[in-house]
Ligand binder design. Structure first.
Ligand code: BTN
Length: 283
Protein backbone atom coordinates (compact mmCIF):
# COMPACT_ATOMS: atom_id res chain seq x y z
CA UNK A 1 0.00 0.00 0.00
CA UNK A 2 1.57 3.31 -1.01
CA UNK A 3 1.55 6.32 1.18
CA UNK A 4 1.90 9.49 -0.86
CA UNK A 5 3.30 12.35 1.15
CA UNK A 6 2.03 15.78 0.17
CA UNK A 7 4.67 18.32 -0.60
CA UNK A 8 3.56 21.85 0.33
CA UNK A 9 3.49 22.68 -3.40
CA UNK A 10 1.28 19.73 -4.30
CA UNK A 11 -0.91 20.34 -1.29
CA UNK A 12 -1.49 23.92 -2.38
CA UNK A 13 -2.13 23.18 -6.02
CA UNK A 14 -4.39 20.26 -5.24
CA UNK A 15 -6.61 21.70 -2.60
CA UNK A 16 -6.25 25.43 -2.03
CA UNK A 17 -8.83 26.46 -4.56
CA UNK A 18 -11.29 23.65 -4.08
CA UNK A 19 -14.65 24.44 -2.53
CA UNK A 20 -13.46 22.49 0.51
CA UNK A 21 -11.01 25.11 1.77
CA UNK A 22 -7.28 24.84 2.48
CA UNK A 23 -5.24 21.66 2.77
CA UNK A 24 -3.82 20.65 6.11
CA UNK A 25 -0.56 22.58 6.49
CA UNK A 26 1.96 19.95 7.60
CA UNK A 27 4.69 22.47 8.46
CA UNK A 28 2.37 24.52 10.66
CA UNK A 29 1.05 21.36 12.34
CA UNK A 30 4.56 20.08 13.03
CA UNK A 31 5.54 23.42 14.48
CA UNK A 32 2.42 23.42 16.72
CA UNK A 33 3.26 19.91 17.93
CA UNK A 34 7.01 20.44 18.43
CA UNK A 35 8.08 19.10 21.82
CA UNK A 36 4.86 17.16 22.30
CA UNK A 37 4.32 13.42 22.40
CA UNK A 38 2.99 13.71 18.85
CA UNK A 39 5.92 15.51 17.24
CA UNK A 40 6.18 12.58 14.80
CA UNK A 41 3.39 13.87 12.54
CA UNK A 42 2.80 13.04 8.91
CA UNK A 43 -0.05 14.04 6.61
CA UNK A 44 -0.37 12.36 3.23
CA UNK A 45 -2.40 12.91 0.11
CA UNK A 46 -3.95 9.47 0.05
CA UNK A 47 -3.61 6.11 1.74
CA UNK A 48 -5.81 3.06 2.19
CA UNK A 49 -6.62 3.71 5.83
CA UNK A 50 -4.59 5.67 8.37
CA UNK A 51 -5.51 3.03 10.96
CA UNK A 52 -4.21 0.25 8.72
CA UNK A 53 -0.98 2.16 8.02
CA UNK A 54 -0.29 2.71 11.72
CA UNK A 55 -1.21 -0.89 12.54
CA UNK A 56 1.62 -1.86 10.18
CA UNK A 57 3.90 0.68 11.88
CA UNK A 58 3.01 -0.88 15.26
CA UNK A 59 3.98 -4.30 13.93
CA UNK A 60 7.32 -2.86 12.77
CA UNK A 61 7.89 -1.77 16.38
CA UNK A 62 7.59 1.97 15.74
CA UNK A 63 6.71 4.40 18.52
CA UNK A 64 4.13 7.16 19.10
CA UNK A 65 3.15 8.94 15.91
CA UNK A 66 0.30 10.53 13.98
CA UNK A 67 -0.72 9.88 10.40
CA UNK A 68 -3.38 11.90 8.62
CA UNK A 69 -4.65 11.75 5.06
CA UNK A 70 -6.58 14.01 2.72
CA UNK A 71 -8.42 10.92 1.55
CA UNK A 72 -8.57 7.19 2.18
CA UNK A 73 -9.35 4.45 -0.30
CA UNK A 74 -10.43 1.94 2.33
CA UNK A 75 -11.35 3.92 5.46
CA UNK A 76 -12.45 1.66 8.29
CA UNK A 77 -15.42 2.30 10.57
CA UNK A 78 -16.64 0.61 13.72
CA UNK A 79 -18.20 -2.85 13.58
CA UNK A 80 -16.58 -3.65 10.23
CA UNK A 81 -18.16 -0.73 8.38
CA UNK A 82 -16.57 1.42 5.69
CA UNK A 83 -15.74 5.08 6.47
CA UNK A 84 -16.27 7.43 3.56
CA UNK A 85 -15.45 11.12 3.29
CA UNK A 86 -14.91 13.54 0.41
CA UNK A 87 -11.23 14.24 -0.32
CA UNK A 88 -9.66 17.26 1.36
CA UNK A 89 -12.64 18.01 3.55
CA UNK A 90 -12.09 16.18 6.85
CA UNK A 91 -9.68 15.42 9.60
CA UNK A 92 -8.90 11.78 8.85
CA UNK A 93 -6.10 10.73 11.14
CA UNK A 94 -4.83 8.05 13.45
CA UNK A 95 -2.61 8.08 16.48
CA UNK A 96 -0.31 5.23 17.43
CA UNK A 97 0.38 5.08 21.16
CA UNK A 98 2.37 2.62 23.16
CA UNK A 99 0.37 2.65 26.37
CA UNK A 100 2.07 2.28 29.73
CA UNK A 101 0.53 0.17 32.49
CA UNK A 102 -1.95 2.88 33.50
CA UNK A 103 -3.19 3.27 29.97
CA UNK A 104 -3.30 -0.44 29.25
CA UNK A 105 -7.06 -0.08 29.02
CA UNK A 106 -7.75 0.97 25.42
CA UNK A 107 -11.13 2.36 26.43
CA UNK A 108 -9.52 5.23 28.38
CA UNK A 109 -7.48 6.18 25.33
CA UNK A 110 -10.55 6.27 23.09
CA UNK A 111 -12.47 8.32 25.62
CA UNK A 112 -9.53 10.72 25.96
CA UNK A 113 -9.41 11.28 22.19
CA UNK A 114 -13.19 11.77 22.04
CA UNK A 115 -13.16 14.38 24.80
CA UNK A 116 -10.10 16.07 23.25
CA UNK A 117 -11.91 16.24 19.88
CA UNK A 118 -14.97 17.85 21.50
CA UNK A 119 -12.75 20.40 23.23
CA UNK A 120 -10.88 21.13 19.99
CA UNK A 121 -14.16 21.73 18.11
CA UNK A 122 -15.16 24.13 20.88
CA UNK A 123 -11.89 26.07 20.93
CA UNK A 124 -11.28 26.20 17.16
CA UNK A 125 -14.79 26.30 15.68
CA UNK A 126 -16.88 27.55 18.61
CA UNK A 127 -19.10 24.44 18.45
CA UNK A 128 -19.38 21.97 21.32
CA UNK A 129 -20.55 18.62 19.96
CA UNK A 130 -22.07 15.97 22.22
CA UNK A 131 -20.59 12.50 22.67
CA UNK A 132 -22.91 9.74 21.55
CA UNK A 133 -22.00 6.44 23.16
CA UNK A 134 -19.52 5.02 22.72
CA UNK A 135 -17.49 7.78 21.04
CA UNK A 136 -19.26 9.51 18.17
CA UNK A 137 -19.29 13.29 18.12
CA UNK A 138 -22.77 14.55 17.26
CA UNK A 139 -24.50 17.85 16.66
CA UNK A 140 -28.28 17.72 16.97
CA UNK A 141 -28.12 13.94 16.69
CA UNK A 142 -26.26 14.02 13.40
CA UNK A 143 -22.81 12.47 13.24
CA UNK A 144 -19.89 14.88 13.08
CA UNK A 145 -17.11 12.42 13.86
CA UNK A 146 -16.40 8.78 14.59
CA UNK A 147 -13.56 7.06 16.41
CA UNK A 148 -12.13 3.60 15.84
CA UNK A 149 -9.59 2.08 18.23
CA UNK A 150 -7.68 -1.06 17.37
CA UNK A 151 -5.38 -2.74 19.88
CA UNK A 152 -2.29 -4.74 19.05
CA UNK A 153 -1.65 -7.56 21.44
CA UNK A 154 1.71 -9.28 21.89
CA UNK A 155 2.05 -12.17 24.32
CA UNK A 156 -1.37 -11.48 25.76
CA UNK A 157 -0.80 -7.80 26.55
CA UNK A 158 -1.71 -4.65 24.66
CA UNK A 159 1.55 -3.20 23.41
CA UNK A 160 0.14 -0.65 20.98
CA UNK A 161 -3.18 1.03 20.31
CA UNK A 162 -4.12 2.77 17.08
CA UNK A 163 -6.96 5.25 17.51
CA UNK A 164 -8.37 6.78 14.36
CA UNK A 165 -10.78 9.66 14.07
CA UNK A 166 -12.70 11.03 11.14
CA UNK A 167 -14.11 14.54 11.67
CA UNK A 168 -16.33 16.07 8.99
CA UNK A 169 -14.97 19.59 8.72
CA UNK A 170 -15.47 21.41 5.41
CA UNK A 171 -17.89 19.18 3.57
CA UNK A 172 -19.74 20.24 0.41
CA UNK A 173 -23.29 21.49 1.04
CA UNK A 174 -24.80 18.82 -1.18
CA UNK A 175 -24.38 15.42 0.46
CA UNK A 176 -25.34 12.03 -0.94
CA UNK A 177 -28.93 11.25 0.07
CA UNK A 178 -27.99 8.45 2.45
CA UNK A 179 -25.66 10.78 4.39
CA UNK A 180 -27.67 14.00 4.40
CA UNK A 181 -30.03 13.04 7.22
CA UNK A 182 -27.46 11.39 9.48
CA UNK A 183 -24.20 13.34 9.02
CA UNK A 184 -23.17 16.92 9.62
CA UNK A 185 -19.97 18.88 9.17
CA UNK A 186 -18.46 21.77 11.11
CA UNK A 187 -18.70 24.24 8.21
CA UNK A 188 -22.44 23.57 7.92
CA UNK A 189 -22.89 24.30 11.63
CA UNK A 190 -20.81 27.50 11.80
CA UNK A 191 -21.50 28.81 8.30
CA UNK A 192 -17.87 29.06 7.17
CA UNK A 193 -14.82 26.84 6.59
CA UNK A 194 -12.88 25.72 9.64
CA UNK A 195 -9.06 25.52 9.71
CA UNK A 196 -8.29 21.79 9.76
CA UNK A 197 -4.67 22.36 10.77
CA UNK A 198 -5.70 24.29 13.89
CA UNK A 199 -8.30 21.65 14.66
CA UNK A 200 -5.97 18.67 14.43
CA UNK A 201 -3.22 20.40 16.43
CA UNK A 202 -5.66 21.47 19.18
CA UNK A 203 -7.05 17.94 19.36
CA UNK A 204 -3.62 16.32 19.65
CA UNK A 205 -2.38 18.78 22.27
CA UNK A 206 -5.60 18.17 24.25
CA UNK A 207 -5.22 14.43 23.83
CA UNK A 208 -1.67 14.59 25.18
CA UNK A 209 -2.92 16.61 28.16
CA UNK A 210 -5.52 13.95 28.96
CA UNK A 211 -2.91 11.19 28.64
CA UNK A 212 -0.69 13.02 31.13
CA UNK A 213 -3.63 13.48 33.48
CA UNK A 214 -4.48 9.78 33.23
CA UNK A 215 -1.07 8.99 34.70
CA UNK A 216 -2.21 10.71 37.94
CA UNK A 217 -4.44 8.88 40.44
CA UNK A 218 -7.46 11.15 39.90
CA UNK A 219 -7.06 11.23 36.10
CA UNK A 220 -9.51 8.47 35.13
CA UNK A 221 -12.19 10.06 37.35
CA UNK A 222 -11.67 13.49 35.79
CA UNK A 223 -11.85 12.03 32.30
CA UNK A 224 -15.05 10.18 33.15
CA UNK A 225 -16.56 13.41 34.54
CA UNK A 226 -15.66 15.23 31.30
CA UNK A 227 -17.13 12.41 29.22
CA UNK A 228 -20.38 12.46 31.23
CA UNK A 229 -20.56 16.26 31.00
CA UNK A 230 -20.39 16.04 27.20
CA UNK A 231 -22.57 12.94 26.87
CA UNK A 232 -25.44 13.23 24.43
CA UNK A 233 -26.65 9.73 25.34
CA UNK A 234 -27.12 9.81 29.11
CA UNK A 235 -30.68 10.90 29.83
CA UNK A 236 -31.99 9.64 26.50
CA UNK A 237 -34.40 6.88 25.63
CA UNK A 238 -32.23 4.62 23.45
CA UNK A 239 -32.53 1.63 21.20
CA UNK A 240 -29.57 -0.67 21.72
CA UNK A 241 -28.81 -2.69 18.61
CA UNK A 242 -26.61 -5.76 18.68
CA UNK A 243 -26.21 -8.85 16.50
CA UNK A 244 -28.74 -10.61 18.76
CA UNK A 245 -31.49 -7.98 18.35
CA UNK A 246 -32.66 -4.54 19.45
CA UNK A 247 -34.01 -3.41 22.79
CA UNK A 248 -35.24 -0.06 24.12
CA UNK A 249 -34.34 1.42 27.46
CA UNK A 250 -33.24 4.58 29.28
CA UNK A 251 -29.51 5.40 29.25
CA UNK A 252 -28.65 6.42 32.81
CA UNK A 253 -24.85 6.48 33.01
CA UNK A 254 -21.50 4.95 32.08
CA UNK A 255 -19.38 2.54 34.07
CA UNK A 256 -15.75 3.36 34.78
CA UNK A 257 -14.81 0.78 32.12
CA UNK A 258 -16.88 2.64 29.54
CA UNK A 259 -19.93 0.36 29.41
CA UNK A 260 -23.25 2.16 28.98
CA UNK A 261 -25.71 1.66 31.84
CA UNK A 262 -29.25 1.21 30.53
CA UNK A 263 -32.51 0.67 32.39
CA UNK A 264 -34.51 -1.84 30.34
CA UNK A 265 -38.03 -3.03 31.21
CA UNK A 266 -36.42 -6.25 32.46
CA UNK A 267 -33.86 -4.44 34.63
CA UNK A 268 -30.58 -2.51 34.56
CA UNK A 269 -27.71 -3.79 32.42
CA UNK A 270 -24.37 -2.45 31.22
CA UNK A 271 -23.69 -2.62 27.51
CA UNK A 272 -20.16 -3.24 26.29
CA UNK A 273 -20.53 -3.33 22.49
CA UNK A 274 -23.19 -2.33 20.02
CA UNK A 275 -24.92 0.57 18.41
CA UNK A 276 -27.19 2.99 20.14
CA UNK A 277 -29.98 4.94 18.49
CA UNK A 278 -31.09 8.07 20.31
CA UNK A 279 -34.84 8.29 20.80
CA UNK A 280 -36.55 10.89 22.95
CA UNK A 281 -35.13 12.76 25.96
CA UNK A 282 -36.16 11.07 29.20
CA UNK A 283 -38.01 13.49 31.45
C1 BTN B 1 -16.95 4.94 13.19
O1 BTN B 1 -17.41 3.98 12.57
O2 BTN B 1 -17.68 5.79 13.71
C2 BTN B 1 -15.46 5.13 13.33
C3 BTN B 1 -14.89 5.79 12.13
C4 BTN B 1 -13.41 6.03 12.20
C5 BTN B 1 -12.89 6.63 10.90
C6 BTN B 1 -11.46 7.06 11.00
S1 BTN B 1 -10.98 8.00 9.61
C7 BTN B 1 -9.31 7.91 10.08
C8 BTN B 1 -9.08 6.53 10.64
N1 BTN B 1 -8.70 5.61 9.59
C9 BTN B 1 -9.63 4.69 9.36
O3 BTN B 1 -9.55 3.80 8.50
N2 BTN B 1 -10.65 4.86 10.19
C10 BTN B 1 -10.42 5.95 11.10
Amino acid sequence: MTRTAISPRLATSTFENTPYGCAVDTDRAISGLRGSRFAHFEWVDECCSTNAELAAAALRGEGDQVLGAESQTAGRGRLGRVWQAPAGASVLCSVLVRPDAVLGDGHLLTTALGVAAVEACRSVAGVTPGLKWPNDLVVQDRKLAGILAESHVTDGRIDAVVIGIGINVNWPAELPEDLASIAVSLNAVVGHDVDRTDLVVAMLIGFERWLELLAAPQGAGELRDAYVAHSATIGRRVRVESPTGAEEGDAVGVETDGRLIVDFAAGRRSIAVGDVVHLRVVT
